[in-house]
Design a protein. Structure first.
Length: 339
């Protein structure tokens, strides 16, 4: 349920209403916009009587929220949320490109890629240290050593980093990671979602391979329920009957997420198609659809990449794609980060 307050209401009267809800055991999400103040109520609101609430003279309107996702719902927070990480803003027209290899392979590799993507204009360095691979016999990532190398690349280039977590047992290792990625395969790992909620760290939440939009937003709701509001959604393609591409980019996820939620949403064109020749056209589509950024795989030697070489751009290709992204983002009125 949301309670919309009358403008310029006295604080003392607002506090009295808040206390009423707290006494009923409800959690209150307070949203102070330019023109409206909203209380979003989470908990058992079935026992609330709309007439009783309207009797408070600070209340303008009461509305039930039928969707199961509440705190991430745009009805709770009409303005776009902007997440601030390492001096970069994400959302509400601020556009970020995160780029780097699928996996960290060596210091030389990650530093070379970091320098190149930074020069081309990326605002974050991506790179997997813990890799969720379909086969147990495939390269599993350099794990803790990979995180150290990412932090070394961050130290050398100043680029903040985004990298995937696969178990809550590893959270301590991620203390200096700027954005923790929760991969598609773990989108409904509820223990991990709860721990990320408690961590307070910025989270890049990727949509599950066959997750509906409601399930995707409910995963974000888990993180919010743990007290962490720093969530960036990421559409990375979903499973369909089509076999010629790795996944199918659900471009409608962008306007849909923006209608349903206040959270920023970025697109991963690399995992969406699994083909490097599609990264540029899908990036263009993402910008046109209103995405708040992109996460792109780029590698110094894609032919010999230990993971996802076929979808990785080489560094000159990344440079070309990035120049196109900058032009189109500017045309669509986005502000490229870093400013
Ligand atoms: C990745 O980013 O390398 C990755 C494994 O992504 P996803 O979880 O979307 O498959
Ligand atoms: Mn990958």
């Amino acid at each position: 349920m949301i309670v919309i307050l009358k403008p310029n209401s006295e604080q003392e009267r607002i506090d009295r209403l808040m206390q009423h809800f707290k006494d009923m055991g409800l959690a209150i999400h307070y949203s102070q916009g330019e023109n409206t103040t909203i209380f979003g109520l989470v908990g058992d609101t079935t026992k609330l009587d709309e007439g009783d609430i309207m009797a408070y003279d600070v209340v303008e309107r009461v509305q039930r929220v039928s969707e199961p996702f509440k705190a991430v719902n745009r009805k709770f927070h009409p303005e776009d949320t902007v997440i601030e990480v390492a001096g970069r803003k994400i959302g509400a027209g601020y556009f970020n490109v995160m780029a780097g290899p699928c996996s960290v392979e060596s210091e030389a590799q990650i530093v070379e890629v970091a320098e190149a993507v930074k020069k081309a204009g990326a605002s974050f360095l991506r790179g997997g240290a813990f890799k969720p691979r379909t086969s147990p016999y495939s390269f599993q990532g350099l794990e803790a050593e990979g995180l150290k190398l990412l932090l070394e690349a961050k130290r050398q280039t100043g680029l903040p980093i985004v990298t995937e977590i696969m178990s809550e047992k590893h959270l301590d290792l991620f203390a200096d990671v700027d954005i923790i990625q929760l991969g598609a395969r773990n989108m409904q790992n509820f223990m991990l979602l709860k721990e990320l909620g408690a961590s307070g760290k910025p989270i890049l939440l990727k949509r599950g391979l066959s997750a509906t939009m409601e399930e995707f937003l409910m995963a974000a709701e888990y993180i919010f329920a743990g007290g962490n509001t720093n969530v960036i959604l990421c559409e990375r393609g979903i499973r369909t009957f089509e076999k010629m591409i790795r996944n199918n980019l659900d471009i409608s996820a962008v306007p849909l997420a923006k209608t349903l939620s206040h959270l920023p949403i970025i697109i991963d064109p690399s995992h969406a198609a699994g083909r490097r020749d599609m990264v540029q056209p899908l990036s263009r589509a993402a910008i046109a659809a209103g995405a708040d950024g992109l996460i792109i795989e780029a590698h110094n030697d894609p032919k010999h990449a230990l993971c996802d070489g076929a979808q990785s751009l080489d560094l000159p290709q990344f440079d070309t794609v990035m120049a196109d992204i900058k032009r189109r983002a500017a045309f669509e009125g986005r502000e490229m980060m870093p400013l």
